[in-house]
Design a protein around this ligand. Structure first.
Ligand code: ADE
Length: 334
């Protein structure tokens, strides 16, 4: 880095930086090789036939790049991407107007697809299957069904909770992809790429430390990189070294494994109050003060992936690694 890190990209706000860092072609999309290969084949085949690709469903933890993939597919197809979320499709009219506004070849991206309610799903089925939009007009005895032909479109749905999607909805996707946490090496590559885009000079030890704390998630990796960049900015560091990463993580109360205060609180409470478990989901909900979905979707998967928490038939159990990591061996009941 020549001089000051922040001066490399002047005038970019945090959210603009997120756009800047988002890969806009397959080559710069790092990792998830199997998904990339499958999606590329589907796109190329559809293009050769002059058709639209089948409807696709992506599921997995948040921050892994589901929206990014939808963007890439749209770009590759030269298609317009329409973005909405299951949260915005509360009423029948919401979906009807979204579908009615589609143009030939559009890609409709529905994030948080598990939030779509069952009544709305009923409208989605014929739209996905035969591009028909059935809608009721009028009320009571005068009510009539109108059918509208929809242009060819591809639905890309994303969800963090695939189990909540109904079987009939799931069965209407031409391919379902499970997105898994990234490998450490890929996260490092993403950090190096982002640092390059931001014009930052960063030591390899610092890249590795950020990657270790990034929860195997590109969004988290980029977020941490931005915070370390701030720290380096304020301390007039020309190069980002490990020290800057440690200090930043400490200020953010994130430990070297990427655990945040709440993750530690969860494990610590199970250890100290429940002898390490087993405990039920409701106990975790009570400890964290979050709803069940958030606990199952956000907190648990990462702790399980890290080998700090286990799901057993009798409940959640803290592992020996968690006792070690939190330095709480003395609480272990033999
Ligand atoms: N940012 C978010 N996801 C990414 C990926 N897979 N590759 C590169 N940058 C990313």
């Amino acid at each position: 880095m020549n001089g000051n890190p922040m001066e490399q990209k002047k005038g970019e706000q945090d959210f603009q930086i997120d756009t800047l860092l988002r890969p806009d072609n397959w080559d710069s999309y790092i990792g998830q090789e199997r998904i990339k290969a499958n999606v590329k084949i589907m796109i190329e085949a559809a293009q050769k036939r002059g058709e639209r690709p089948d409807h696709l469903l992506f599921y997995g933890p948040q921050g892994l790049g589901k929206t990014t993939i939808a963007n890439l597919i749209a770009k590759e197809m030269g298609a317009q991407l329409r973005i909405t979320s299951g949260v915005n499709l509360e009423k029948t009219g919401d979906l009807v107007s979204t579908l009615a506004n589609l143009e030939e070849g559009d890609i409709l991206f529905v994030d948080e697809a598990h939030r779509i309610n069952r009544t709305i799903e009923e409208i989605l089925y014929p739209a996905m299957e035969s591009r028909k939009l059935h809608m009721m007009v009028g009320k009571g005895p005068a009510a009539r069904q109108l059918t509208l032909d929809l242009p060819a479109f591809t639905l890309i749905a994303a969800t963090t909770r695939v189990n909540l999607l109904s079987a009939p909805l799931r069965s209407r996707f031409g391919a379902i992809f499970s997105m898994d946490y990234y490998e450490q090496a890929h996260i490092e590559e993403i950090i190096r790429r982002s640092a390059g885009i931001l014009g930052l000079q960063i030591e390899s030890g610092a890249v590795a430390s950020i990657a270790r704390a990034a929860r195997f998630t590109p969004r988290t990796a980029n977020r941490l990189l931005k915070r370390v960049r701030d720290y380096a900015q304020v301390h007039n560091m020309a190069t980002i070294g490990e020290e800057a990463v440690y200090d930043t993580l400490e200020m953010l109360e994130i430990d070297e494994l990427g655990l945040e205060k709440w993750d530690r609180k969860l494990l610590e409470s199970i250890i100290k109050k429940f002898k390490g478990g087993p405990v039920g989901l409701n106990t975790l909900v009570a400890i964290l003060g979050e709803d069940k979905g958030t606990v199952e979707e956000i907190y648990e998967p990462f702790l399980i992936k890290m080998g700090l928490l286990q799901k057993t038939p009798s409940g959640r159990v803290v592992t020996d690694e968690a006792y070690d990591h939190l330095n709480l061996r003395q609480f272990k009941v033999q």
